[in-house]
Design a binder for this molecule. Structure first.
Ligand SMILES: C[C@H](N)C(=O)N[C@H](CCC(=O)O)C(=O)O
Ligand SMILES: [Mg+2]
Length: 365
């Protein structure tokens, strides 16, 4: 099975409600979809999210990275030579992790199709059902409480509460939500870099002292402030998770050596795809560090790949934040992973199992 061509499309899916974090507000998924074509007629699919405020990737940069730097290296390559292909992708250019992720996802999809096996089995197998949390956007306190209660009514047992806007209101937001859902759902906080290290310690200690039990706090301080991450991690009892601070395996090694966080959030759009996500999970397992697998604002195309990784690496990926498809107003994919609110299941269809993507707007190659 040889690669013959890489094509592009744009997928647009409105969100059920605007997604609001300390970094941005977004109301529609607008992602680049790649399809990798082969001489056998098999097609692999991938998706890149243009999360400029986190990865630096834009629609234009994703298309340019793939068209000019990645695709020319891949045409003619055998899908069976997976390691050679992933290396060609990762070394084609610096950064551009979402572009690399989209192409890698499509290649792994084809790799599974080549051997007639679902991707999670190719990656080592596992229990085919996982459970995700759902994000509660940062907003007025009453709105966040009612969004949290609706999520619990929909069966979500883990809520990822966005904070990082205003330290005083953030503390009140979390106290109000905790009081409303106590005993029915676990709370994870994500400040998306919105606090200083001292503010984070103050807020988390206030919540701990008030008896608010938090499963973890994600990325309290600026991405580059690893000393700040360490400062917070050392001073609170609640586990601290690194998200924007770590993209690839070398950053994870540095973070672990510094003891700057307790947990690592792996996202395919940060790692550049599946090969580095697996490397990070393996490094974390060696050090006994737990991981979450997360997503950006993505549809069930790329999130499907993250699900397969989560299933196969459940020994170390103990927390799942793959709610992108649940936030979407509809699922543009026919086939693939089954997203049913908090419950996500892989099927035994080869690769990612995607049969068709509806509403894809083709872009010039
Ligand atoms: C969608 C997911 N639950 C999430 O919260 N991801 C964010 C970043 C998403 C974005 O801004 O596109 C995160 O974990 O920081
Ligand atoms: Mg985060």
């Amino acid at each position: 099975m040889k690669i013959t061509e890489i094509r592009f499309g744009m997928i647009r899916v409105p969100l059920k409600t605007p997604f609001k974090t300390a970094l941005r507000t977004v109301d529609t998924v607008e992602d680049i979809v790649v399809s990798v074509h082969t001489d056998t007629g098999h097609v692999g699919y991938g998706e890149a999210a243009a999360t400029a405020v986190i990865t630096g990737d834009t629609h234009g940069s994703i298309i340019e990275a793939i068209r000019r730097y990645i695709a020319p290296r891949l045409v003619g390559q055998e899908i069976a030579d997976l390691n050679r292909i992933t290396q060609l992708i990762q070394t084609a250019l610096e950064k551009n992790t979402s572009a690399k992720a989209a192409v890698e996802i499509a290649i792994y999809d084809l790799w599974g199709q080549l051997y007639g096996a679902p991707l999670y089995q190719m990656l080592g197998g596992g229990d085919p059902v996982i459970t995700t949390d759902i994000t509660i956007s940062v907003d007025y306190i009453d709105k966040m409480v009612s969004d949290s209660l609706s999520a619990v009514d929909r069966g979500f047992e883990s809520l990822k509460i966005k904070v990082g806007k205003d330290i005083g209101v953030d503390i009140e937001r979390v106290k109000a939500i905790y009081a409303a859902v106590e005993g029915r759902a676990l709370l994870r906080l994500d400040a998306n870099q919105g606090w200083t290290a001292k503010q984070a310690v103050f807020a988390i200690r206030q919540l701990e002292d008030a008896g608010v039990r938090l499963e973890l706090v994600e990325q309290p301080v600026k991405a580059r402030d690893l000393d700040g991450m360490k400062y917070v991690t050392e001073r609170v009892n609640t586990p601290i998770m690194a998200d924007e601070s770590v993209f690839g395996p070398t950053e994870v090694i540095e973070l672990i050596r510094m003891r700057a966080a307790d947990i690592i959030n792996i996202k395919l759009m940060k790692t550049g795809g599946i090969s580095n996500a697996i490397r990070i999970a393996d490094i974390a397992a060696l050090y006994g560090i737990e991981c979450m697998i997360g997503c950006m604002i993505e549809t069930s195309i790329s999130v499907a790949a993250a699900v397969h990784v989560a299933v196969a690496k459940a020994n170390v990926i103990t927390k799942v934040d793959l709610d992108g498809p649940s936030l979407c107003a509809f699922n543009p994919v026919d086939g693939g992973v089954i997203f049913n609110e908090s419950e996500i299941s892989v099927t035994d269809a080869p690769g990612l199992g995607i049969r068709e993507i509806r509403g894809l707007e083709l872009l010039p190659g």
